[in-house]
Write a protein that binds this ligand. Structure first.
Ligand SMILES: [Zn+2]
Length: 226
């Protein structure tokens, strides 16, 4: 029988490798997954793209370490606050991509200029502080800014995406950076035509189909495995 926790750990390491290969994470950032019993799997305090299976740690809902050799990340309270606020969220990626920081600095959030941006059509709120999220109080503020959306931009700092599954989280994590990049590329061109709400809703419906992410995910995984 497949051990769910072990399978989740393997997937987490793979997701980190994809994010590293695509250069959307660097020495910082972190990924967590909530387990069925409320415990949380987390990358430890080390570059997430360099994490191996044995490095993953288990923390409780308060962010205290239960298992593993490494230490929790300083910004763990952001994860625990979001899990408390959002029963639908099963995994969280926090990272610091330049493109996301540039867009947040403009104070506009993500514009849906391409199909990579449709996940974010309900808005990407901006948490208006560059300070690291090291306390439960600040974590709660980020969770409040996120609300019921799938991404929050942190001014001068980075971004956080949340999802119900690791496949979807990977897609959101890559597509947020791509959407931000397109927004920056298109900015000097003048007035921009964005997707209508109806167009976004129609496209997002397609994402609910079984295996909707398969081809997307398989491509990126093929880039990191032989
Ligand atoms: Zn951070």
């Amino acid at each position: 029988m497949i051990d769910v926790v072990e399978a989740t750990k393997e997937k987490m390491v793979l997701v980190c490798k994809v994010l590293q290969k695509q250069r959307v994470i660097d020495g910082y950032g972190h990924l967590t997954v909530r387990l069925a019993d409320g415990r949380i799997l987390s990358t430890p305090h080390m570059p997430p793209g360099k994490v191996a299976l044995r490095d993953l740690i288990v923390i409780n809902a308060e962010g205290e370490k239960l298992e593993g050799a490494g230490e929790p990340n300083g910004e763990t309270p952001m994860h625990t606050s979001i899990y408390k606020a959002r029963a639908d969220v099963q995994c969280i990626l926090h990272y610091h991509p330049d493109e996301v920081i540039a867009v947040a600095a403009a104070g506009e959030g993500i514009k849906v200029l391409s199909n990579s941006g449709v996940h974010f059509y309900r808005g990407t709120p901006i948490y208006d502080s560059p300070l690291l999220i090291r306390t439960h109080q600040l974590g709660d503020k980020v969770a409040a800014a996120l609300g019921d959306r799938s991404a929050v931009l942190l001014r001068g700092h980075g971004g956080t995406v949340v999802s119900h599954s690791l496949d979807n989280l990977l897609r959101l994590g890559l597509d947020l950076v791509r959407a931000a990049k397109l927004q920056i590329m298109a900015a000097p061109l003048g007035a921009l035509k964005t997707h209508s709400r109806e167009e976004c809703e129609q496209m997002v419906k397609g994402h609910d189909q079984p295996n909707a992410n398969r081809r997307y995910i398989d491509y990126y995984i093929s880039e990191v495995v032989d």
